[in-house]
Design a binder for this molecule. Sequence first.
Ligand SMILES: C[S@@+](CC[C@H](N)C(=O)[O-])C[C@H]1O[C@@H](n2cnc3c(N)ncnc32)[C@H](O)[C@@H]1O
Length: 208
Amino acid sequence: MTTDVRAFIEANLQIRSAPGVPEIRLHAAHPKSRLSRIAGDVPPYWAYGWAGGTVLARYLLDNPDAAKGRCVLDLGTGSGIVAIAAALSGAASVHAIDIDPNAVVAAGVNAELNGVMVSALCADILEATAPDADLILIGDVFYDEAVALRVLPFALRCRDAGLQVLIGDPGRKSLPIDALRRIAAFPVPDFGDVAGNLLSDSGVYILK
Ligand SMILES: C[S@@+](CC[C@H](N)C(=O)[O-])C[C@H]1O[C@@H](n2cnc3c(N)ncnc32)[C@H](O)[C@@H]1O
C-alpha cells in the first residue's frame, strides 16, 4: 500500500510558526508524528527547522529586494521555508528542488499553507549546468561533507554563469568559508533546539 504523503503530513504534523521567522507557518514534527511510517531510512529533514534555512528566510523577508522580481531556485528545500520566503518577497518564480520526494510534497503543502506559488521538484541537479534562474538559494545544505563537496562546484558554476548565489549557514564544518563573503547574520534556533535557544553565528553569505 502506498502512503499518501500529503495526507500523512496534514494528519500527523503540527502547523506552527517557524521559530525565528514567524511570518511563515510550517507543518512541523512533534514527538507523536512517527515519521518513520513515511520516511523509512531517509532522515525527514523537511519536518524540522534548520538554522541555515531559517537565517536565509529571515534575510529574504527583511530584504525583499534580494528576491523581488527574480527567478529563484531553492536548492535542498526541505520544508520549503527558503522558497516560501522568496515567494513572499515577490519573486517572479520559485522552483524548490530536493532529492527527498517527501520533502517535495512537504514544500508544496507548506507553500499552499502560506498562500504562495512554489514549483517543487524531486531531482539531483548538482552535476548539471547552471539552471535558467537569476538567484540560487542554499539553506543549510553544507550539513554533510559529501553533499558539500558536490554543492560547491555547482554553486561556482552558477556564479560563473552570472547567477547570484546566497547561502544560509550556522557555520557547519563543511561550509566553504574561504569562498564566501558574509553579508548578514541573525541569531536563530537550530535543529534540535527544542528550547528555542538562540544561536549567535548564523550567517547569510554570497559566493565571492
Ligand atoms: C539540512 S536540510 C535543509 C533544508 C532546508 N533548506 C532548510 O534549511 O530548512 C538539507 C536538505 O538538502 C537536501 N539535499 C541533500 N542532497 C541534495 C541534493 N543533491 N540535491 C538537492 N537537495 C539535496 C536534503 O534532502 C535536505 O532536505
